[in-house]
Design a protein around this ligand. Structure first.
Ligand SMILES: [Zn+2]
Length: 181
């Protein structure tokens, strides 16, 4: 765990984490910060401007409101009784946009983690933080493995090229020797 704070600073931070008036997303961020993870917030360079970006782990986290992003089967996703069609189509559009963003991020090699607002309620907050932590760690592991594999493949093809070149050179010398007599 990264910990370079003074006792007073830490006490202040911890008190902020547990203070009830804090936005759930910020509480999540702070909890992860205290576990030693560093991140950028709302990075405009990435598709969908992900809420929390863990560059070292090639992982992004979206914190989604259950209503606006249509959390299926969730009690917080209840469509208002009036203008049903309007709300349903609005939420459906958001969902389509969300999954397009996730696909684009995944195509760029990012692991995408979605945290629903209901998963940040006090009773399940800690469980969610631990789940997200595991996802970030495994995202980082997968990323490092992909980099290592790509490096191996590059090295292999570089060797093959060098071998081919040496072979071609040898044969062309042999042919020259044969016919130049
Ligand atoms: Zn929900």
């Amino acid at each position: 765990m990264a910990d370079k704070m003074t006792k007073a600073q830490r006490h202040y931070c911890m008190s902020r984490i547990h203070s009830s008036g804090t936005k759930p997303e910020i509480r999540l961020r702070r909890a992860l910060w205290h576990m030693g993870f560093r991140y950028r917030v709302n990075d405009p360079r990435l598709p969908g401007k992900p809420d929390i970006v863990f560059g070292r782990y090639r992982t992004v986290v979206f914190v989604h409101g259950c209503f606006w992003h249509g959390h299926q089967g969730c009690s917080l996703y209840t469509v208002p009784k009036t203008n049903v069609e309007f709300w349903v189509s609005k939420v459906e559009r958001n969902k389509v946009r969300d999954s397009a963003v996730w696909r684009r991020l995944e195509a760029l090699g990012w692991k995408v983690v979605v945290v629903w607002e209901c998963q940040l309620k006090k009773a399940v907050f800690e469980e969610t933080v631990l789940r997200v932590k595991d996802e970030i760690v495994s995202g980082g592991k997968e990323y490092r493995e992909r980099i290592a594999l790509a490096r191996q493949l590059r090295e292999k093809s570089r060797k093959e090229r060098a071998e081919r070149k040496a072979r071609d050179k040898y044969f062309s010398q042999e042919i020259k020797a044969k016919y130049s007599r």
